[in-house]
Design a protein around this ligand. Sequence first.
Ligand code: CTP
Length: 449
Amino acid sequence: MTLADRRILLVIGGGIAAYKSLDLIRRLRERGASVRCVLTAGAQRFVTPLAASALSGQRSHTDLFDREDEAEIGHIRLARDADMVVVAPATANLMARMASGAADDLASTVLLATTLPILLAPAMNVRMWQHPATQRNLARLLADGVHVVGPNDGAMAEAEHGPGRLAEPAEIADAVERVLSQNGVMLRSEPRGSRLEAPSAVGAFFETPRAQPGAPQDDAGGLTALPLAGRRMLVTSGPTHEPIDPVRYIANRSSGRQGHAIAAAAAAAGAAVTLVSGPVAIPDPPGVTVVRVESAREMLAAVQATLPAEIAIFAAAVADWRAANEAGQKIKKDDKRRSRGLQLIENPDILATIAHRKEGRPALVVGFAAETENVVEHARAKLARKGCDLIVANDVAPESGVMGGTRNSVHLVTPDGVETWPTLDKEEVARRLVARLADMLDAQRRTGG
Ligand code: CTP
C-alpha cells in the first residue's frame, strides 16, 4: 500500500475526461489513500457527485456557499485537511483561473487557499493545449510550484490527434507517489545537490510546492515572475544536411521535435531564446528567435554569432561527416567519383567547441547523446570528452521509436550521477529539463560557481 494513510483532495474539472477521475479514485484507494472529491459545475455535467461519493466513500463537495457543507467542513478546512491536491482533469479554464488567482467557485477557492502540493493532470483539445494562452498559464503555474503529469499524446474525442489526453489513472497515481515522496525528501531538508539520486520530479520548476526557501527571489523579496526571466538561452535542433552536390546531401532522421520543444519550454519559462535549427518540417516554436541553417559548419557559425548566453543546449543531431569535395554540379552516374566512393571528412564538433571555450563559455552547457547501445556508459564518456555540464542521453535504436517520434526516454548524466526519467512526451521532457536547468543555474549563482 504505497499511499497508505495519505489523504488526497481530488478536484474534478469539467471535461469529457472527467469520467476517468472515477477510475482514479479507485486507483488511489487501492494504493491505500483516502480520497475526498470537489467537483466543478462543469464536472457535474459529466459525472455526478453521487458517483464520486460512492467510489470515494466520502461526501463530495460542489458548492462554495452550501450552508450544510460549510458547517460540516468549510472550504478552508478542505484546503488543509489532506496531504496533497490533485486536479484531474485540469481543463484549460480551470488552469486559467488558477493561474490568475481567481476564486469564484469552490474548486478555485480551495486551490487558492491551499498550501499543499498540487498536481495537475491537464486534459483538453490539442489546439487548446497548444494555444499560447494555455502554455502561458502552464508556465505561470509551474513557476508557482505546481506539479504536472501529462497530457499524453493520442486520439482525442473530436477525432483529432496530439497532446491533450488525460494521463492514465495509474500514471496519475504514480505521479502522486512521486510528488509525496519528493516532498518527503525536501521535508527532511536534504541538500539540493543530492537531488540527482532522488526520484524524478514531476514537471516541477521547484521541487517543493509554492514559495520554498531558495526559490529565486526578486529585489522586493517576492518570487520572480518566471524561473528563466532575463536569461539568454541558445538551443540547437534538428538534423544538418551536408551537401554532396547541388541536389544530394547526407542527413539523419532527426525531426527537431525535442530541440524545438526545449526552445518553446524555455521561452515559456521567461528566457530569451535563440533556436539554431537545421532543416525541419515542424513549425517554429512561439516566442523564439529562429536562425535556419543547413550544414554543421553553418550551425557552428550561427551558434558563435548568437553567444553569449547563460545556457546552451545542443539538441541537434549534427552530421559527424561531410563530403570532402562538394561537387559544384550534379554528379552524373558515370562520374569517376562514384566508382571511387564518397570521400568524407569530419565536421567540427559544435558542442565540444563551445564547452571547451576559455572565455565566453555559457554557465550551463548541455549535450545530447543519441545512442543505440550502452546508452549511459557512452553518455558518461561523452560528458567527459565534450566538457559539458549535463548530458541528456537517449536510446535511438530503431525499435525505441525515439528518432522522429513524439516520445522520449532519457537519462540525465552529470558528474554527480545518473537520473533516469520515465518515457514522456518530448514536450514534458522539455519542461522538466528547463525546470532542472533553472534550478542548476540558481544553485550555481547561490554558490558563486
Ligand atoms: N554535436 C555537435 N557537433 C557535432 C556532433 C555532435 O554539437 N559535430 C553534439 C550534438 O548536438 C549532441 C552531442 O554533440 O549534443 C552528441 O552527439 P552524438 O551524435 O550523440 O555524439 P557524437 O559526438 O557524434 O559521438 P558518436 O558518433 O561517437 O556517438
